[in-house]
Design a protein around this ligand. Structure first.
Ligand code: ADP
Ligand code: MG
Length: 339
């Protein structure tokens, strides 16, 4: 057997479950799956390139986890149940220890959400990982970016900015004094946020029929909220905007220290990679959603409101009259841009 097939059989074939009876996974020219009756298929894809989407030193397990997690996060933002995924893997070399850790990362996250690896492609070249994930939503129940309305609350899950701080740590970009603000525990949890994002799939399901719009925070809160506003403005009479209240942003202890010492909100507002959900909903359904989220053990916070005025205004809190001084937030409207 050639080295390529050996590699696929050894590391990836074991991840090809659970499949239903009559379905075909890895090993044939294509996978064969059975559509879920009454549902629509949601398809998402995301590529990670070494040195661009993860630091060069990132371990194989974390790279695999992230490659699958960012795709499951897109499914979560659509309100979809994940079903299966494919993996296009470009590798510089066939290194057993690396591949075994990589497969373990996929296996651990895949098992947690019962998603099977059903196929892929393996090529030689600079390390690049493309996952395409598929999920199901009941017909016409997908949560889109385009449904936000003026006066809706803007909400997020979890906390913001941890992965951004984790990236600074991973790249050793902190000064000694910055490093001294963080306890070891805080540093570990920020690195965890960067390397092991938790796709908010349970919350995504709870948003069906409740949220008017949703997106996962991959490029930074302002940039991603901007996508909701842009898509939702298309059907509205005039362009929608938003107010965000700094006092309401959910921050971990590490981020609280960072923001108060640096007097800079750009990490929670504009750093990417948190993979929390940002969603809008009408005020009447907010209490019910909070109860639902509490049952799921997921934190949700209202951080602002959709307005009928173009642009995103940052205010200190709901009662503040004007916007905050731009110097206070730097990087407004920044967010990660590839080109
Ligand atoms: P083909 O030449 O017909 O495209 P391949 O030789 O690329 O087939 O792949 C053989 C089988 O192994 C296919 O079922 C394919 O889906 C699967 N496969 C190849 N690479 C991967 C991978 N990285 N992860 C999972 N399955 C893979
Ligand atoms: Mg092929």
């Amino acid at each position: 057997m050639s080295e390529e097939f050996n590699l696929i059989d050894r590391y990836f074939l074991p991840l090809c479950q659970p499949l239903f009876e009559g379905e075909v996974g890895i090993g044939d020219d294509g996978a064969v799956v059975t559509p879920l009756a009454g549902h629509q298929l949601v398809v998402v894809t995301d590529t990670l390139v070494k040195g661009v989407h993860f630091p060069n030193e990132t371990c194989a397990y974390d790279i695999a986890w992230k490659a699958l997690a960012v795709n499951l996060s897109d499914l979560a933002a659509m309100g979809a149940i994940p079903a299966f995924y494919t993996l296009a893997l470009t590798l510089p070399e066939n290194e057993p220890a690396w591949l075994s850790d990589f497969a373990q990362g996929l296996k651990d996250l895949g098992q947690r959400y019962q998603v099977a690896l059903i196929g892929g492609d393996t090529t030689r070249g600079p390390l690049t990982i493309t996952v395409t994930a598929h999920g199901w939503v009941p017909k016409e129940k997908a949560v889109l970016r385009s449904g936000a309305q003026s006066d809706d609350l803007i909400c997020v899950s979890g906390t913001l900015g941890n992965a951004g701080l984790g990236l600074k740590l991973a790249l050793k970009r902190l000064s000694e004094s910055e490093q001294a603000w963080l306890t070891e525990e805080m540093a570990t949890s920020c690195l965890q946020a960067l390397n092991h994002p938790q796709p908010q799939l349970d919350l995504g399901l709870a948003l069906r029929g409740v949220a008017s719009a949703a997106i996962d925070v991959s490029d930074g809160l302002l940039a991603d909220l901007g996508h909701i506003l842009e898509q939702s403005s298309k059907g509205a009479l005039s362009a929608l905007g938003a107010e965000i209240y700094l006092d309401a942003l959910p921050l971990s202890n590490a981020l609280r220290r960072w923001v108060s010492n640096k007097r800079d909100w750009s990490l929670p507002l504009a750093a990417g990679d948190d993979y929390q959900l940002c969603f809008t909903l009408s005020e009447e359904v907010w209490e019910g959603l909070q109860q639902q989220a509490a049952k799921l053990g997921v934190e949700v916070h209202a951080i602002g409101r959709v307005t009928g005025e173009n642009g995103i205004k940052i205010k200190q809190n709901m009662r503040s009259e004007g916007s905050v001084d731009e110097a206070w937030c730097h990087a407004l409207n920044a967010g990660y841009q590839h080109f």
